[in-house]
Design a protein around this ligand. Structure first.
Ligand code: NZQ
Ligand code: ZN
Length: 385
């Protein structure tokens, strides 16, 4: 187990009605709030009205219309409001896209140049406004991590921004706010949670504590996603998924490990060029990546995965057992309604070479759990067609 620092300061308010504590918590940061949200789901569900009523004593400015795979234009627009109005805190209400956009706005509010510069050079982040969150979908873990992922449609880039300054100060996790998440988004969120855990789990460093947690998180998502799909307003299922999404990426699952991810960097290229839903892209890539990296060196880890996550017997031959775990992963994604091929996502091989080059460069995939170069990524992409 490697040395690590674990410092996650987000104040989590989990459960029914926890929004009511927002005013007293937000007061500590000031009076002027920038309320950010996506394409309108919070207006349809009534959450917008409930929050506006709660925020009566604050001066509230708004930035709506933040798109999935949030675009740099929204970051620029939000930063302009923050600078012009002297915003004290950003309240992001939505999923990973709204939260990520808000984190980037928080940093851009203190930067004089163009916001995209921060994505190209994170050392330019020197200060950030505080961000609070009301989460409406279980997926990214952005509610309790220091990452934001922003897209630039002019350059077909989707890049991560990282700074401890971006960690949300407050996160309201009320599972009831996820009852209205449509089935495809529920399933994509589940695949994203699983992918975060899988990326942490498949690592060269032996780390029993985080992997026991990771296996439990995977079993949680496998158990409760079908329940949430069957009964969208099942509180227990939504609650388990929500907390799993937060724990999957709040650094606990990577403590003492190398944090040597693979599929996410390849998926970000799919989103950058084709604007696909992040979790759906991961559901396509993950089983093929697993098959590609399965070898004499990795087979034992795959056996742990197959036995401890999917419950297969260890009496089988190692490679048979490992493949059972991979097949089960693929079948699960299919069962919850996600695509299995890039073709289903409307993606052909036209951009494969450039996507492979960028994934390796941006993601430092030569340092991944199993190091990948451009040829490896190309082969994985072809396996997904
Ligand atoms: O925009 P609205 O109208 O709110 O609708 C959203 C959107 O269409 C809808 N939705 C969310 N909550 C809902 C709801 N619809 C009905 N009822 C609700 N309660 O769901 C759609 C997807 O929302 P989005 O925020 O895009 O989903 P998600 O949370 O999956 O975020 C995806 C983004 O996060 C990035 C992804 O790359 C992608 O850009 N990621 C961020 C990470 C991070 N910050 O650490 C890590 C992840 O790996 C990921 O890369
Ligand atoms: Zn993800």
């Amino acid at each position: 187990m490697k040395n690590f620092e674990f410092c996650v300061i987000t104040d989590i308010l989990f459960g029914v009605g926890q929004e009511q504590h927002l005013p007293e918590k937000l007061k500590a940061y000031g009076k002027k709030i920038l309320l950010t949200y996506g394409g309108g789901s919070i207006k349809k569900t009534g959450l917008y009205d409930r929050l506006k009523a709660l925020l009566n004593d604050f001066e509230v400015f708004e930035l709506g219309g933040i798109a999935p795979n949030p675009k740099i234009e929204s970051v620029r627009a939000g930063a302009a409001i923050c600078k012009q109005e002297g915003i004290d805190i950003i309240l992001a209400v939505g999923g990973g896209s709204t939260i990520d956009c808000s984190k980037a706005i928080a940093a851009a509010a203190y930067y004089d140049g163009d916001a995209w510069d921060l994505l190209l050079d994170m050392s330019k982040i020197t200060k950030a406004l505080p961000v609070a969150v009301v989460l409406t979908i279980a997926a990214t873990g952005s509610e309790m991590d220091s990452v934001a992922v922003i897209s630039n449609t002019e350059t077909n880039e989707k890049l991560p921004l990282y700074s401890p300054l971006l960690l949300p100060k407050i996160a309201v996790l009320n599972p009831e706010n996820t009852y209205t998440v449509p089935p495809f988004q529920t399933a994509s969120g589940a695949a994203d949670i699983m992918s975060h855990v899988i990326e942490n789990y498949f690592d060269r460093e032996p780390a029993f504590v985080p992997d026991a947690l990771n296996e439990g998180l995977l079993r949680t998502v496998i158990t409760y996603t079908p329940v949430a799909l069957e009964e969208p307003a099942n509180y227990e299922a939504r609650a388990q998924l929500m907390w799993a999404s937060t724990l999957a990426l709040n650094s606990l699952g990577s403590t003492g490990k190398n944090f040597a991810w693979s599929c996410h960097y390849i998926e970000h290229e799919l989103s950058a060029f084709y604007d696909v839903t992040h979790g759906a892209g991961l559901a396509v890539l993950t089983p093929s990546w697993m098959r590609y990296i399965l070898s004499e060196e990795t087979v034992d880890k795959f056996c742990d995965y197959a036995a401890n996550v999917w419950g297969f017997s260890r009496e089988e031959d190692k490679f048979t057992l490992a493949n059972r775990g991979i097949d089960a992963t693929e079948a699960f994604f299919k069962r919850i309604g996600l695509p299995s091929t890039l073709t289903e996502l409307g993606i052909d091989d036209t951009m494969f070479e450039i996507m492979a080059e960028k994934a390796v460069r941006v993601g430092f995939l030569q340092n991944a759990y199993v190091p990948l170069d451009e040829k490896d990524v190309l082969r994985i992409l072809h396996m997904c067609l």
